[in-house]
Design a protein around this ligand. Structure first.
Ligand code: F6P
Length: 439
């Protein structure tokens, strides 16, 4: 994490030269936090990437969306440049103007923020970062020609294409599996480590999964800091459960989504549930998050692949989808809202009740983890249950590779030991967690 040296910036915006204090909301306000680095370096770079690809893809976009797209591209690039400037100058989080279905919910949220906390560096990190992605979406939505364009779609599709070798190896290794705790835990871990391949951590740069995935799962066991996979197996194989639904709250497209599908296939094939529901994002989100289109694109990518192995898998999963064994849930704007999950029951009770129907809800990835913990600097040994602040629609678990400086439920001394080895161990995605909370 190489920070720009600019004392004027820090003085001008009241930046505090410290880590995030204990038991405090995370914010870019703290110079030694990952949030600060994110706003100073990562997000401006993500925005530059969008501008560059608009310029590069101009002809293609005009061919697809018509000549008027030319002017829309210019306007959009200018608005994103402005957004970048606002972020670099600690601009305010302004109300949204478009008539998207979630505008009122966002504005109500923003209006309730204390005025001194309504800027990029002073707001809670979660709110400000979600705001940026919602703002990009509103810029595209405001155009006549580009309102349905997913500006991250090419990156997501390239990520899937680059993972073909890994997908073939995993598919080959999972055609004949047995219903037992060991296999389930292996697939859960495979799914966890699939979360390393997210594009927002690299501001959009591709990450290619290499090596044998299952060898890697065993090698990475030492990096799995909390492993509740045995309890999750007990929960899911429990024949007494009234529910036969598993919800996956998805994170990234590409290889991670593929590993979600492999886990879900196992759950259905082994009768661990009769339905797996995929909860996806309503708008392009944190670069690589799955939207409904990406789900179907991925199945089609597999079903039309030149490899018979992937084709058979793709066709099987398409059949599962047609039969309702796999279900992509209807658009739900709560997932792209700034709200922490402990507020779901109050803000979006229908979603809370829907998750309550499941025997297990699997939350994928770093951002969902931040929302579970509410972007708060818990003590690293505090119990997961405490940090959920009452959020427990059903049995739930989190599969998260660690890419942000918050954590809980570690054995005493573990965090200190890892900091002594590498002061950036929480930012690399090299370490993982499988945490579980029973309802
Ligand atoms: O795809 P994931 O695992 O949710 O990660 C999202 C990214 O967003 C962050 O939570 C913040 O930018 C990172 O720590 C991580 O790179």
């Amino acid at each position: 994490m190489t920070l720009p040296v600019d004392a004027d910036f820090d003085v001008k915006y009241g930046i505090i030269d410290s880590d995030t204090p204990p038991h405090t909301e995370l914010a870019a306000l703290y110079r030694k936090s990952f949030a600060y680095y994110t706003f100073r370096v990562r997000l401006p770079s993500t925005l530059s990437g969008i501008i560059a690809s608009l310029v590069k893809d101009k002809d293609e976009l005009i061919a697809r969306y018509g000549v008027d797209a030319g002017a829309d591209i210019e306007r959009t690039a200018a608005a994103i440049t402005q957004l970048r400037t606002d972020i670099l100058n600690n601009g305010a989080l302004l109300l949204f103007e478009g008539n998207e279905p979630d505008t009122a919910q966002w504005n109500e949220f923003l209006e309730k923020l204390p005025p001194q906390k309504r800027s990029y560096y002073h707001a809670c990190w979660l709110y400000a970062e979600c705001y940026m992605y919602r703002k990009i979406s509103s810029i595209f939505k405001a155009t006549a020609t580009l309102s349905s364009y997913d500006y991250f779609s090419r990156q997501k599709q390239t990520a899937a294409q680059l993972s073909t070798e890994a997908m073939m190896a995993v598919t080959r290794a999972t055609r004949q599996t047995i219903r037992n705790s060991e296999t389930f835990q292996q697939l859960l871990k495979l799914n966890l480590w699939g979360n390393r391949c997210d594009l927002s951590i690299t501001s959009g740069k591709q990450v290619k999964p290499t090596g044998d995935a299952f060898d890697l799962v065993s090698e990475l066991d030492a990096n799995l800091l909390v492993d509740a996979s045995a309890s999750i197996w007990k929960c899911i194989e429990n024949a007494d459960s009234d529910s036969s639904i598993v919800d996956i709250v998805c994170d990234n497209a590409g290889y991670e989504l593929y590993t979600d599908l492999i886990l879900a296939e196992y759950i259905i094939d082994k009768g661990l549930a009769s339905k797996v529901r995929f909860n996806v994002k309503a708008i392009p989100w944190f670069i690589s998050d799955v939207m409904e289109y990406d789900y179907h694109w991925t199945l089609e990518f597999l079903a039309k692949h030149e490899s018979e192995l992937l084709r058979d898998l793709g066709e099987k999963l398409q059949k599962f989808t047609a039969e309702g064994k796999f279900e992509v849930e209807p658009i739900e704007y709560f997932w792209t809202s700034p709200y922490e999950f402990y507020r779901m029951e109050q803000v979006q009770p229908a979603l809370y009740e829907r998750l309550a129907q499941a025997k297990l809800v699997i939350f994928k990835g770093d951002l969902n983890y931040r929302k579970l913990l509410g972007d708060f600097s818990w003590n690293n040994t505090e119990p997961f249950e405490t940090c959920l602040r009452g959020f427990k629609p059903s049995n739930l678990c989190t599969l998260r590779t660690i890419k942000a400086d918050l954590i809980c439920d570690l054995p005493p001394g573990k965090s200190e030991e890892l900091f002594a080895k590498d002061k950036e161990w929480m930012l690399t995605g090299e370490y993982g967690l499988i945490q579980f909370a029973r309802k």
